[in-house]
Design a protein around this ligand. Structure first.
Ligand code: IVH
Length: 677
C-alpha cells in the first residue's frame, strides 16, 4: 500500500513538472487547467496521508515554507557581472567597431539579441537537476540567499528535465508582468496602502519578503538568459545554443530572443522590439547584444564590472523630472473629484506630457505632492501619466500643500467627503454642469442607451449651446437644431436622430444602468430589474426591500433611494417616458446566480454566437463581463484568432475557456474549477 502510494506520488510529481514545462516554458499546455488542478490535488491528498512522502522538491512545497529570520548571504561561485550601457546608435556602432577590432575580424559578427528585462537578476543552482539554492546579484560577488522565495515562483522548475549536469547555475531575471503589477497596485490602493513605483520595484520587493508565503502570492515570473558555474556538461558554444539548452532543461527563456548579423542587425532588432515594447506583457528597458560565439566571448573577456562581449542598448527613459505648477480637480459623473497635476511640459515616453493624475486626496497625502515640487513622472505605453514620487531635496521653501476645495470648481456646490471614503464629491448633482456632461456621456454609451454617433465632441457642443442639459433633452432634438452644429452634415444629423430614435426602445436593466445612479453598475441594474420587475416598483420600494436584492448593500440601497427621491430625477424620468423611451417587461431570471462573483473577458471570435449574446447570457447567470484583463478576471473566453489578451492571461495565470467549454458552461451554468496556477 505504502509502496503504491510512493510510486503514485512520484508519478504525480513527474506529471506536474511535465505539465508545468508545457505550460510555462513551451506555452503549449496538453491538459486543461482543471485537469492540472486535479493532479495537484491528488498529490496533495497523498502527501497529507503519507507525510513521509513529502519531498522538498515536490510541487506542493512551493508555498508555505517557514519564514526566514533574515537573508543569509551566498558568495557567487562566479561573479555576477553587470552590463555596459549604450544610449544611442553611435554608442552601439562604437561597441561593434571595438569588438571587431579586438577580435580582428573584418566582416559582420553574429550577435545573440534579447530584450533587457526590467526585473531582478537571480542565480539559481541545480544540483543533479534538483533545485538547490537561489541568490540575488547583490554586489556581484555576494548576494542574498532567496532560496525559499524563488522556490515559490512557479515558472522556476524544481526538477530539471533530460540529461542534466551535476551542477548548474542558471542565471536570469525575476520580473513581474505588467498586468500582475497593475493588479497588485490597484489592490494596495484600495486598501489605502503604498503602491510600488514600477514592476521592477514590485519584483524586488516581492522577492525580498522574509515570509515566502507573501512572495508566493505575488505574480512573479522568470526568464533565464545566462550561465554561471556548470559541472558535468560542457557549456554550449554559442549564446543562442545556451538558450536552447536551458530551454531543453525546462528553464524558461524569453521568446523574443534572436540572432542577428552585424551592427545593422542589432539596430534593426532594437527598433523592432522598441515598436512592440508597450504591447509586451512585461516591462523591458532596452535590448541586450551578446557576441554569440563563446570562443569569441572568452577572447574578449571582462572588465571589472561588465563583460566586453555584451552591451545593453537602453530605450529612452519613460520617466522624467518636472515641476508641479498647480493641482486642479476634475468632476466625474457621480461628482467624484479627481485631482490632476498641471505640470511644466516635459517630453517623456515619446510624447509631451503636461498633466498627471493623482487619483485622490489620499494619494496626494501618501506621496506628499505639493505645488512647486519637482516630481518624477512616468508615462508607460498608453497609460495616463502618473507622478511616481517627489524629489524632496528639490522642494522650494514656498511649496504649497494641496487642499481639498470646499466648493466644486465647476458649479460651486459644497464638496462632501464621507469619513472612510477616499473620494470627495461635488454635492451639486444635476445642478453641476460637469456631472451632467459626464452623465450624458454615460447615458449615451454603448452598454447603456447605446446612441451610436453621439461622441464626446458632439455632446460638448450640444451642452455648450444649451440644446441639451439632461438625457430627456436628447429626445427633443430636431434636425434644424443639429444642422447648426459644427461638422454636422445633413446625413450625419439624420443618422444621429435615427440612432436616438432607436435607443427609445430598450430594456429595463439598460435603462437603470443608463440612469447613472451612483454605484449601480450593470450587474446591480440587472439584479434590481429582476427583483422589482418594473421601474415604478423600484422607485416606490422601501430601503429594506432594495437592500434585500442580491449584490445590493446598505450603501447602494441608500444611493438608490436618494436618486428616486430627488424631484429633479423624477422629472427627468417622467420626460424620458413622455418622449417615448420604453422597455419590455423584465423577464424573470433564474433565482440562483451560479456565476455571481466571477468576471469574464473575451478575445477572438466565436462561431456560434455574437459577443453581445454571450455577454448577455453570462450576465444572466450572474457573471461580470469586462473589456480588459485585470487581477479580477476569472476566465478568458478564447475564440478563433485570439488577440494579445491570451498571452497576457497566460502570463497572469488566468484560466481560459474555449468555445465548446463556454457553450457547456452556458448550458449547465457550471464553472470549471479555477486554476491554482
Ligand atoms: S546578461 C554578464 N541578459 O541587466 C551578463 N542581463 O544591467 C550579465 N538583464 O544584472 C547579464 N535582461 O539583471 C543579461 N537579457 C539579459 C538581461 C539582463 C536584463 C539585467 C540583469 C543585469 C543587468 C545589467
Amino acid at each position: 500500500m505504502r509502496a503504491r502510494a510512493a510510486a503514485r506520488a512520484e508519478e504525480l510529481r513527474r506529471l506536474i513538472e511535465h505539465h508545468n514545462y508545457r505550460y510555462y516554458v513551451l506555452d503549449d499546455p496538453e491538459i486543461t487547467d482543471a485537469e492540472w488542478d486535479r493532479l495537484f490535488a491528488e498529490l496533495g491528498a497523498l502527501e497529507a496521508d503519507h507525510p513521509e512522502l513529502v519531498a522538498p522538491d515536490s510541487p506542493t512545497q512551493r508555498i508555505g515554507a517557514r519564514p526566514a529570520d533574515a537573508f543569509g548571504q551566498i558568495v557567487h561561485r562566479l561573479p555576477m557581472l553587470s552590463l555596459e550601457n549604450a544610449f544611442s546608435e553611435e554608442d552601439v556602432r562604437e561597441f561593434d567597431l571595438r569588438t571587431r577590432d579586438r577580435l580582428k575580424v573584418q566582416g559582420d559578427i553574429e550577435y545573440a539579441v534579447e530584450p533587457k528585462l526590467d526585473g531582478l537578476a537571480v542565480t539559481v543552482i541545480y544540483e543533479r537537476g534538483r533545485y538547490a539554492r537561489a541568490a540575488t546579484r547583490g554586489d556581484g560577488v555576494r548576494g542574498e540567499d532567496v532560496t525559499a522565495n524563488v522556490r515559490t515562483v512557479r515558472s522556476v522548475p524544481l526538477v530539471l528535465r533530460g540529461d542534466v549536469p551535476a551542477l548548474l547555475e542558471a542565471r536570469g531575471e525575476v520580473f513581474m508582468p505588467r498586468a500582475g503589477f497593475e493588479r497588485l497596485n490597484a489592490e494596495a490602493r484600495a486598501r489605502g496602502e503604498k503602491t510600488f513605483a514600477n514592476p521592477r520595484n514590485a519584483a524586488a520587493g516581492s522577492l525580498r519578503q522574509l515570509d515566502p508565503r507573501i512572495t508566493a502570492a505575488r505574480p512573479l515570473e522568470v526568464f533565464f538568459y545566462g550561465l554561471g558555474e556548470i559541472e558535468g556538461s560542457t557549456p554550449p558554444e554559442r549564446q543562442s545554443a545556451l538558450l536552447a539548452q536551458l530551454r531543453s532543461w525546462g528553464l524558461r527563456v524569453c521568446p523574443e530572443a534572436s540572432i542577428v548579423r552585424g551592427v545593422e542587425g542589432c539596430l534593426e532588432y532594437f527598433r523592432r522590439i522598441g515598436a512592440r515594447r508597450a504591447s509586451l506583457p512585461y516591462q523591458i528597458d532596452g535590448v541586450v547584444y551578446k557576441v554569440d560565439r563563446r570562443a569569441d566571448q572568452d577572447r574578449l573577456g571582462s572588465a571589472v564590472r561588465a563583460p566586453r562581449w555584451a552591451l545593453a542598448h537602453k530605450f529612452p527613459a519613460d520617466e522624467a523630472r518636472t515641476v508641479v505648477r498647480g493641482v486642479e480637480f476634475q468632476v466625474g459623473r457621480t461628482g467624484a473629484l479627481t485631482p490632476v497635476a498641471r505640470l511644466e511640459p516635459v517630453f517623456v515616453g515619446g510624447v509631451t506630457v503636461s498633466n498627471a493624475t493623482l487619483h485622490n486626496m489620499d494619494e496626494i497625502e501618501r506621496k506628499d505632492v505639493r505645488i512647486g515640487d519637482t516630481v518624477v513622472i512616468r508615462r508607460a505605453g498608453d497609460v495616463i501619466p502618473e507622478i511616481v514620487r517627489v524629489v524632496p531635496e528639490r522642494r522650494p521653501a514656498d511649496a504649497i500643500r494641496v487642499g481639498l476645495p470646499a466648493r466644486c470648481p465647476v458649479c460651486g456646490s459644497p464638496v462632501m467627503r464621507e469619513a472612510q471614503d477616499a473620494v470627495a464629491r461635488c454635492s451639486g448633482r444635476r445642478r453641476c454642469a460637469a456631472q451632467n456632461r459626464e452623465w450624458l456621456r454615460h447615458f449615451a454609451s454603448r452598454r447603456a442607451m447605446d446612441i451610436d454617433g453621439l461622441g464626446e465632441q458632439l455632446l460638448g457642443q450640444l451642452v455648450a449651446r444649451g440644446l441639451v442639459a439632461t438625457p430627456a433633452d436628447l429626445y427633443a432634438l430636431s434636425a434644424e437644431e443639429l444642422a447648426g452644429l459644427e461638422r454636422m452634415g445633413e446625413k450625419s444629423a439624420r443618422n444621429l436622430l435615427e440612432a436616438i430614435d432607436r435607443s427609445r426602445s430598450t430594456t429595463l436593466p439598460r435603462f437603470l444602468f443608463a440612469l447613472g445612479i451612483p454605484d449601480v453598475g450593470e450587474v446591480t441594474a440587472l439584479a434590481l430589474a429582476s427583483e422589482f420587475g418594473t421601474l415604478e416598483a423600484l422607485a416606490a420600494a422601501d430601503i429594506e426591500h432594495v437592500q434585500r436584492t442580491p449584490n445590493v448593500g446598505p450603501v447602494i440601497a441608500l444611493s438608490i433611494r436618494e436618486f428616486f427621491a430627488d424631484p429633479v430625477n423624477q422629472q427627468i424620468i417622467g420626460e424620458l417616458r413622455a418622449r417615448g423611451v420604453h422597455w419590455a417587461p423584465q423577464e424573470s431570471v433564474p433565482a440562483t446566480k451560479p456565476l455571481a462573483g466571477s468576471t469574464f473577458v473575451m478575445t477572438g471570435t466565436l462561431a456560434a454566437m455574437t459577443r453581445e449574446e454571450v455577454e448577455e447570457r453570462l450576465r444572466a447567470l450572474g457573471a461580470k463581463v469586462s473589456g480588459s484583463l485585470s487581477g479580477k478576471t476569472g476566465y478568458l473566453v478564447v475564440g478563433a484568432d485570439p488577440g494579445s489578451k491570451l498571452q497576457r492571461a497566460q502570463a497572469l495565470g488566468i484560466a481560459t475557456l474555449d468555445e465548446p467549454q463556454l457553450l457547456e458552461l452556458l448550458r449547465t451554468g457550471r464553472l470549471p474549477a479555477r486554476t491554482l496556477r
